[in-house]
Design a protein around this ligand. Structure first.
Ligand SMILES: [Zn+2]
Length: 125
């Protein structure tokens, strides 16, 4: 399988810093080495040091659900690492519940839809 490095590079340039940090840390083992080089290069360009990368990885690992291969479980709704699992219903067409399923939720998606107020996610900086 040949990696289209040009397209990967283009994608990386547009990617959010948080996403790149996740990929070079908790998702590292699932990444192509060439893609990792590009991502680390891009993070360097954005002024993110290796120490900051390591810190991000440690913070993620402290909260994320880790899989047996050492990478983080992904949120069921986005690419962020999951921090919580809960039962829900798999819904057909997004509406009709067909079978129970365990969903994974990241920090962003972890908040159940029960009004607002409680614990507005303060992003760590
Ligand atoms: Zn999510």
């Amino acid at each position: 399988m040949k990696l289209d490095l040009k397209r990967v590079a283009e994608y990386i340039r547009k990617a959010e810093t948080e996403e790149l940090l996740d990929r070079v840390t908790v998702y590292r083992d699932g990444m192509e080495p060439a893609a990792l080089d590009l991502m680390e290069g891009e993070l360097d360009r954005r002024g993110i040091t290796r120490a900051m990368m390591a810190e991000h990885g440690a913070a993620r690992r402290a909260r994320a659900i880790l899989l047996p291969d050492g990478t983080a479980m992904r949120c069921s709704f986005c690419d962020r690492p999951a921090v919580r699992q809960a039962r829900g219903w798999h819904r057909l067409f997004g509406r009709v519940p067909v079978f129970p399923k365990v969903f994974a939720y990241c920090d962003f998606h972890t908040k159940p839809k029960t009004g607002d107020g409680a614990n507005e996610g303060n992003k760590n900086d």
